[in-house]
Design a protein around this ligand. Sequence first.
Ligand SMILES: [Fe+2]
Length: 214
Amino acid sequence: MTVLVDAINHRKPSGTTDSTVLGPFHMVESPHRELGANISLDHNGEPCVFAGQARSSDGTPLPGARVDVWQANGAGYYDVQQPDVQPERNLRGLFVADDRGPFWLRTVVPRYYPIPDDGPVGQLLAATDRHPNRPAHIHLIAEADGHAPLTTHVFVEGSPYLDSDTVFGVKRSLIRPVVVVDDPLRAEHYGVANPFRLLEFDVILDPGPGGTRP
Ligand SMILES: [Fe+2]
């Protein structure tokens, strides 16, 4: 039902990034972090650079776009699920794209995870003979002046459960590979050792209704 509501409320203008569900774990305000910061405070998972471009649907870069990112760690848990284990605000960050539109940060490759399946949700899953798992993903909310905010995920290519996400949030257009890059200059740019893992995902925003540009 949540995904149906998303589909009805967010009809996709051509050329913009697909939206998907917010999910239950955007529970706290993400801390503002500098471009290139490492949001993995517990270092639980395979290190990875996450990078992309913020652009308008006509291709114009969006300097100053705000990209709020949050994800599970390499064990499949969010900070709010493990307050005694993970540092506060682990794997969360609010980034501002630079003066040409790119954003980049250091993190870990997220792992798939089961949604909490006690209570009514568990009963519903059991009654419909479905598993509780979501494929590996990073959540984003992207905003830029004059554009409609975008709530979405990037899904990790090759993750288990891409074809059977328990909340039906997967869209093919949102799946990206984690690739190994051997490029000393790019490694230096991102502040990581070469070679490095890279997940790239551009956010293309809609300047139509919902934007605030006069
Ligand atoms: Fe999630």
